[in-house]
Design a protein around this ligand. Structure first.
Ligand code: KG4
Ligand code: ZN
Length: 345
């Protein structure tokens, strides 16, 4: 299909971390299929993602997952117009599995291929959930690997406004969850443990950088939480449980999500942006959504977020972002390579 014409059918492939995913999306907006094979349970036994294990599992899963995505959408390879694949950032060995599959499929079908920035994918999840949403807007991307504020200037045009200088928000959730004896992935487990807890019961340090920077730092907060738990264990205190544990989890969660919301709303106001969108695994967190709504309502800015299944890693978001990149003129060839780190702008 020619660029700009309607009815563009894109196959998306995502293997940047511990989800093997493939999806078929129409015109960057309508999901026809969205298949996700998660390895989370396997990595949970190790307390976090083991890169070597992830790559092997992607190799096993990739062809069945792509086949199921085509079947679920009731399309054949010959019906497709484009193949989009995550090129990074992520685990290089894991990314290469998806990229190799995408290149192979592009070679046998003659279809165009585009490599997608994983963060652009997370942002595009919002177009799938809210077809009326259009740039410009401010996007908070909070995941296991990133905590970014992105000025979304166009469908394929991004400017990085702020980022974390150390741990990502999701990483802080995962590590504190581990210290609390909750499993991986930690975010959803902390959210569950925080239910009914008092978010003001414990005070955690928050970092604000000088000179107007909206960058994040979560390592102080994370270390304070972990040190407290380790110190308590060393002095023989009983593990936190019941209401005390809920209070601890709720207070930690509040410190993280309220910081994210504060910086996001401040960025949107400074840039005079008319809307804020949330993206990435942490945006599945209900306390974050609540904090965003409260702070954004005070300055009359609407807030959007995708449903939980589109917040965490999936390939529908990669197909959507790939469609936009293709329509903006991006083309990739057989030399497309994985990148472990790359700025979105
Ligand atoms: O976007 P994602 O699936 O993968 C990356 O690109 O990193 O995000 C995974 C991260 C994990 O750190 C996980 O703990 C966090 O998102 N997460 C959450 C929630 N669901 C997932 N964090 C807080 N609350 C949640 N409900
Ligand atoms: Zn992600």
């Amino acid at each position: 299909m020619a660029p700009g014409s309607l009815s563009m059918l894109t196959l998306g492939i995502e293997t940047s971390c511990d989800e093997t995913a493939a999806a078929v999306v129409l015109d960057g907006k309508t999901i026809l299929s969205n298949v996700i094979a998660s390895q989370a349970e396997l990595h949970g036994k190790f307390g976090g993602v083991v890169p070597e294990v992830a790559s092997r599992k992607h190799v096993e899963a990739i062809l069945p997952v792509v086949g199921k995505a085509l079947d679920d959408a009731d399309v054949r390879l010959s019906d497709l117009d484009l193949i989009a694949v995550t090129r990074g950032p992520g685990l290089v060995g894991a990314l290469l599995v998806g990229i190799s599959a995408a290149k192979g499929l592009a070679a046998v079908t003659g279809l165009p291929l585009v490599g997608v920035h994983h963060i652009a994918g997370h942002i595009a999840a919002n177009y799938l959930a809210h077809p009326g949403l259009e740039p410009p807007f401010l996007c908070l991307v909070a995941s296991g690997g990133h905590s970014h504020l992105v000025h979304v200037r166009g469908l394929a045009d991004f400017a990085l406004v702020a980022r974390t200088r150390d741990d990502a928000a999701g990483e802080a959730f995962d590590k504190v969850a581990r210290a609390l004896g909750l499993g991986y992935p930690g975010g959803p487990n902390i959210e569950k443990a925080a239910a009914g807890g008092d978010p003001a019961a414990w005070r955690f340090p928050r970092t604000r950088f000088p000179e107007g920077s909206l960058d994040f730092s979560f390592s102080g907060l994370k270390t304070a939480a972990i040190n407290h738990l380790h110190h308590a264990a060393q002095t023989g205190a009983p593990a936190l449980e019941g209401k005390t544990r809920s209070d601890f989890a709720a207070s930690f969660q509040h410190a993280v999500v309220d910081t994210l919301a504060e910086h996001a709303v401040e960025a949107a106001v400074r840039l005079s942006l008319p809307a804020i969108a949330l993206a990435g695994g942490v945006s599945a967190n209900k306390a974050l959504r609540q904090a965003m709504e409260t702070r954004a309502r005070a300055v009359s800015i609407p807030v959007y977020w995708p449903p939980a299944i589109l917040c965490t890693d999936n390939a529908a978001m990669i197909a959507a972002a790939g469609t936009h990149a293709y329509l903006a003129g991006q083309r990739d060839g057989p030399d497309l390579d994985a990148v472990s780190a790359a700025s979105i702008d």
